[in-house]
Design a binder for this molecule. Structure first.
Ligand code: SDX
Length: 429
């Protein structure tokens, strides 16, 4: 697998030849796994320079602002495919034909309902509970209902659990919103597309037969596609690490949801809209830009910056176009929040601080504006992200579990605590 090597000279003068592996796209990797035998660990907090695994699913070129799902550019997928085709692609490696898509959608539709006992879990939460807290609990509890598909070494069980998760996460997400409003839960409809079904379960009322607006359905479907996967990000790495212990897929996805909740990660969309609302008017932008640059102020421009993208996040570009479409369709094109967002983006992209640090809008900068225009409350934004990312998490988890050489993930550390010492009797402490 490797015809290149890197030479490492250890402090004692010993020279090691480390294998170097070349990818299809991106950086070569240096295999450091033998170091422990020579009494060394690598040290890389935040994994800035660490490839944790080999994967064939998603590729990001941060410098060029490129995102590929199984080789297809995200811009083309967002333009030409729907979320079910993209889900099939991530899970199976290629886009489906008409028959394959129909069979896939039919299987998803067979699993969109949840056990009636699961619906009772919601009763234990306050109506104002954050929906991400409910998602972590309820998705994790799914494993209590599906003992027939928990043998992760059985590919049939893995596939069935994956379908159950992708299908039910949408129903559970909508139930979070309905419960918070005191509205009755709405059953899924198999004749609807995935995105249409989600908006139906979110907003339809027993007292009317109104259907979701097709423009909003298309925007929702595109948001799902743009959030579906993103290589080894924080929450995906969480899912892989949890899965490496052999934990069941429902527990692993619940761990991913918990990890995604952080404001530095999937929680940024909720934080970003709150920031735009707090800024409120374009005249206040300079004050917030100054705060974002002030090292003594923990404030960061939410929706800006990225560990990998040092250029425009390609998802942000597609999201920006969608934002204009949705606001026009909902008659909110003069929404001051959009004006603030566009002016903030313009100013930040011209400011030397952001230019020097290569801070560009990321996927979370415009998504909140679209979700807000669709009528989704701010505290549901990260739930939408988790809903969409579930297919990516399932794909990455399944790829890991199917890898014959996969081992439990167990990093080491740089220990700087105290060396061994003896316990004194309490009277002498
Ligand atoms: C997602 O990994 C993924 O792929 C994630 C994701 C996915 O699809 O899974 O793309 C989804 O999580 C997108 C990111 C959403 N988060 C936010 O929008 C929160 C705001 N952004 C930052 O917190 C930050 O940019 C991160 C967390 C996204 C990235 O942080 P890094 O890579 O650890 O970079 P860093 O914190 O070291 O920042 C580098 C410099 C620092 O200044 P110096 O210490 O070098 O002087 O840039 C500054 C930072 O202070 N900086 C910012 C900033 N982001 C970084 N300054 C102001 N505002 C910001 N938003």
């Amino acid at each position: 697998m490797s015809d290149k090597s890197a030479k490492l000279v250890l402090p004692n003068g010993e020279e090691l030849d480390l294998a170097v592996y070349s990818p299809t796209e991106g950086n070569d990797v240096i295999d450091v796994s033998q170091l422990v035998k020579n009494g060394y660990f690598t040290y890389d907090p935040g994994f800035m320079s660490t490839a944790s695994c080999e994967s064939k699913i998603t590729y990001i070129d941060g410098g060029k602002g490129i995102l590929l799902y199984r080789g297809f550019p995200i811009e083309q997928l967002a333009q030409s495919c729907d979320f079910m085709e993209v889900s099939y692609l991530l899970l199976n490696g290629d886009l489906p034909n008409v028959e394959q898509k129909k069979a896939f959608v039919d299987r998803i539709n067979n699993h969109t309902m949840v056990h009636e006992q699961l619906a009772m879990f919601f009763r234990g939460f306050r109506r104002d509970a954050h929906p991400m807290a409910i998602m972590v609990g309820v998705v994790g509890a799914l494993s209590a209902f599906y003992h027939d598909s928990l043998d992760i070494n059985n590919p049939i069980h893995r596939e069935k659990s994956g379908f159950r998760l992708i299908a039910k996460v949408s129903t559970i997400a909508a139930m979070c919103y309905r419960y918070s409003k005191g509205h009755p839960f709405v059953f899924p409809r198999n004749e609807m597309s995935y995105a249409e079904n989600f908006l139906h379960m979110m907003f339809s009322m027993p007292s009317s037969d109104s259907k979701p607006d097709p423009v909003l359905v298309k925007a929702m479907d595109r948001i799902f596609t743009l959030h579906a996967d993103h290589e080894q990000n924080c929450s995906t790495s969480t899912v892989r690490l949890a899965g490496s212990s052999g934990a069941n897929p429902f527990a692993c996805i619940a761990a991913g949801i918990a990890s995604l909740w952080g404001p530095a990660h999937g929680g940024a969309n909720e934080a970003c809209l709150k920031m735009l609302q707090e800024i409120g008017d374009v005249k206040n932008i300079p004050e917030y830009i100054a705060r974002a640059k002030d090292k003594n102020d923990p404030f960061r421009l939410m929706g800006f910056g990225h560990r990998v993208y040092k250029n425009f996040d390609p998802r942000a570009k597609v999201m920006r176009e969608s934002a204009h479409e949705v606001l026009k369709a909902t008659g909110k094109q003069d929404d001051p929040i959009l004006q603030v967002a566009m002016e903030l983006e313009k100013i930040a992209l011209e400011d030397p601080y952001f230019v020097e640090k290569k801070l560009y809008p990321n996927v979370d900068f415009y998504s909140g504006i679209i979700l807000d225009a669709i009528g989704i409350p701010t505290n549901m934004f990260t739930v939408i992200f988790a809903l969409a990312r579930t297919v990516g998490w399932v794909s990455q988890w399944s790829e890991m579990i199917s890898e014959p050489t996969q081992k439990i993930g167990r990093p080491r550390q740089l220990y700087t605590g105290l060396s061994e010492r003896d316990v004194k009797p309490i009277e002498q402490r």
